[in-house]
Design a protein around this ligand. Structure first.
Ligand code: ADP
Ligand code: MG
Length: 694
């Protein structure tokens, strides 16, 4: 429940005078649908209006406020001509000019003989001075209403600056006084105002410095946002840990069997990580561990060995992945590895039919199924486990925090291991995962081939096709990734279909197609054919982005690579170079390439180090984008800039922990209440027993 005092902030922008359904939609497109969104839409520059005492001192090119006397109206003879209003003072003349304006309106606002204050861009027209469509025209006694400095906001079609300024002005008048959640001393040290005063300041800049990321109002608001986020995360973490864990012994029998049958031996990093997991599982507190390892570093086998711990202790394990293709692939890996054991494992995905689903559900409930691999389907309420001991989430960055919690809650005290190949920079680690324990696989298994990346304009696609043909003739396996068109999967599909058709001329039966909209068994058979070499060129949408493992694929073509995120390109490229053979990745871009896109593709060409790529990506795009905004559980930061406010983040995190440790959120103290307000204000709506009871 949202406290009443916040209601005005979270009502629709349409509650503001002048905002109708149409404007509401336009605003929504620009900044969001609610009053709070207006308030958090900060100015990005200012207009300084030079006050000009006399016309003679007005400088063309400046935005100026001038007092003039209206002399004469020149109506246009032709609709394309402007309407000119001749004005003057003792020192000179200036025209006020309108194109396609209503004559009636003009004569009302600029009556002949009256003194008016006009403000706008002064231009020259021949030898004359003019202001076309002034921003302001007011009678002399209202000159105060023209501010010397006004905020300029990012705009969208249909919303003029003036309109937006007015809406925001109204929104500001709705700002409630909220009880302070920060300590007085902390406010004083930083020279910060209250939350309300800071929002007001944001919209009343007096110089460009007031717009800086380091401006006091912004630091205060950024700190609030970060504090809310870290509080929420730490509460979730507390919840995950508060449930006392169970002790799961490290598997001896199954592990032995599996390891002796494995085609490779574990790397040092894999062993080390596994040790950390074993220890966590053995201890009686709950495991909450993040396993970070670059694409191809070999996380899956570590996950499977952890699962065997649970199985040998008589518990169930769930492995959740973001895509069906990945679920099936893991299922197959399990089939290979566990074929020599008696362990019962199953696959649960979205479209399996009612009968199969019912069977799975009863199998999990009565404990017949020991390991379940699945997609989001595992979240559903009717999925109940008899004795869930371990939850593993692969490619965690694709899921949100809330989804992570939903699955954990199914096993009263299940251990949790989340895995991600997206190298997460330190700041993001903190804001996304709180204080989860982290294991890292730093070095991938040795003997991997090198992947060379080339960046080419799409105009050279004919050359690319010839090169691919040569590679295919020599037996290479190729991923051909089709462009990401907007965010709509449907049009991505069209591009993939077209490419598939055109590549068929060259490769005939050797080319296959895979995309998200395909039936599961078709996807399966296509992946199977690619694995076994019947297909050598696999045209794909981004469904193959995460986790797909066809070790002997060595070539990748990415069309319109400039449209992909860096981390996404890194993930994609991670599909090749997975065995000892060298690989080639061709990134095709549409020319001309802007400076920004160029530097992004350069990064891809220069390094294969996922960590470096993520850091650069963070620098170039800002934190919100790096992990993929859509799937994440929490709203992204709107105020805080993780680069500029990194020090605030670590302070906010410290304070959040202290708040939780001291139990400020429990009970009914003023500070506790204010902090809960903060969480609601930033929509970090965590449910926590202690928290709700307060
Ligand atoms: P990711 O970390 O991206 O999930 P995978 O677990 O899919 O990577 O492993 C990538 C490939 O490396 C797989 O084909 C896997 O069998 C292989 N692999 C994993 N561990 C080792 C190892 N220690 N030595 C050799 N190959 C390994
Ligand atoms: Mg993987």
């Amino acid at each position: 429940m949202r406290p009443e005092i916040l209601n005005p902030l979270f009502s629709q922008t349409e509650s503001i005078t002048g905002v109708g359904p149409r404007t509401g939609l336009q605003l929504d497109k620009l900044l969001g649908a609610r009053v709070i969104d207006l308030l958090l839409h900060f100015p990005t520059s200012i207009i300084e209006r030079q006050i000009v005492p006399t016309i003679i001192s007005a400088k063309p090119g400046n935005i100026s406020t001038i007092t003039v006397t209206v002399k004469k109206h020149h109506k246009p003879h032709h609709p394309r001509q402007p309407y000119r209003v001749k004005c003057e003072d003792d020192t000179g003349k200036i025209d006020i000019v309108f194109f396609r304006a209503k004559p009636q309106w003009i004569s009302n606002i600029l009556p002949v003989g009256q003194k008016c204050v006009v403000s706008g861009l002064v231009e020259t027209f021949g030898k004359d001075l003019q202001i076309a469509h002034p921003d302001y025209i007011v009678p002399e006694n209202k000159r105060e209403s023209i501010l010397p400095i006004e905020p300029v906001y990012p705009l969208t079609e249909g919303i003029s600056l003036k309109k937006l300024q007015r809406f925001i002005e109204t929104a500001l008048s709705l700002l409630p006084d909220l009880d302070e959640w920060l300590d007085d001393t902390y406010l004083n040290i930083n020279g910060w105002d209250t939350w309300k005063a800071s929002i007001l300041k944001a919209h009343q800049p007096t110089c460009t410095n007031d717009l800086d990321l380091s401006a006091k109002w912004r630091s205060r608001l950024a700190y609030d946002e970060l504090l809310a986020n870290q509080l929420a995360l730490n509460l979730i973490r507390l919840e995950e840990k508060s449930i006392s864990g169970r002790s799961i012994n490290t598997s001896i029998h199954y592990r032995q069997t599996v390891l002796t049958n494995l085609k490779f031996s574990l790397t040092k990093d894999q062993n080390h990580t596994l040790n950390e997991i074993d220890k966590d599982m053995e201890s009686s507190t709950r495991m909450a561990r993040l396993l970070q390892g670059d694409v191809g570093s070999g996380k899956t086998i570590v996950a499977i060995l952890a699962i065997l711990n649970a199985v040998e202790s008589g518990a169930q394990a769930a492995l959740m992945v973001p895509t069906e293709i990945l679920a099936r692939q893991h299922y197959e890996t399990l089939s290979e590895i566990l074929s020599i054991t008696d362990i019962k494992y199953e696959l649960m995905i979205g479209r399996q039919g009612e009968i199969k689903r019912k069977k799975l559900i009863s199998g999990l409930k009565n404990g017949e199924i020991t390991i379940i691999i699945g997609t989001h389907a595992l979240f559903q309420e009717d999925v109940i486990f008899k004795n869930l001991g371990l939850v593993i989430i692969d490619e965690q960055h694709r899921f949100g925090v809330h989804q992570r919690l939903a699955l954990t809650k199914k096993g009263i005290n299940a251990d949790l291991l989340v895995m991600t190949a997206t190298p997460i920079p330190r700041t993001l680690l903190l804001t996304e995962y709180g204080d989860m324990d982290v294991s890292r696989i730093i070095n991938s298994p040795s003997g991997r081939g090198k992947v060379k990346t080339k960046v080419l304009p799409i105009g050279r696609i004919a050359d690319v096709e010839i090169a691919i043909k040569r590679a295919v003739d020599k037996g290479a396996k190729v991923y051909w990734v089709c462009p990401l068109i907007e965010s709509s999967n449907a049009s991505d599909l069209v591009a993939a279909l077209q490419r598939y058709e055109s590549l068929k001329y060259m490769f005939g039966q050797k080319v296959g197609l895979i995309h998200g909209k395909m039936k599961s068994d078709k996807k399966d058979s296509t992946m199977y054919d690619f694995k076994n070499g019947k297909i050598q060129v696999l045209v794909a949408t981004t469904v193959i982005e995460v986790g797909v493992d066809v070790p002997d694929a060595t070539v990748m073509v990415v069309e319109y690579a400039d449209r992909f995120g860096l981390s996404q390109l890194h993930q994609l490229r991670g599909r090749i170079g997975r065995n000892s053979k060298d690989g080639t990745c061709l990134l095709l871009y549409k020319s001309p390439l802007g400076q920004y896109s160029r530097s992004r593709l350069e990064i891809m060409r220069n390094t294969n180090d996922g960590f470096k790529i993520a850091e650069q990506d963070l620098k170039l795009r800002g934190a919100g984008e790096v992990l993929g905004t859509k799937q994440s559980g929490f709203p992204r930061f709107r105020i805080a800039d993780l680069d500029a406010h990194a020090d605030l983040l670590s302070k906010a995190d410290k304070e959040a922990r202290l708040i939780i440790k001291k139990g400020y959120l429990e009970g009914n103290t003023n500070k506790g209440k204010a902090l809960k307000l903060l969480l609601k204000l930033f929509e970090r709506n965590v449910t926590h027993e202690k928290f709700e009871s307060g």
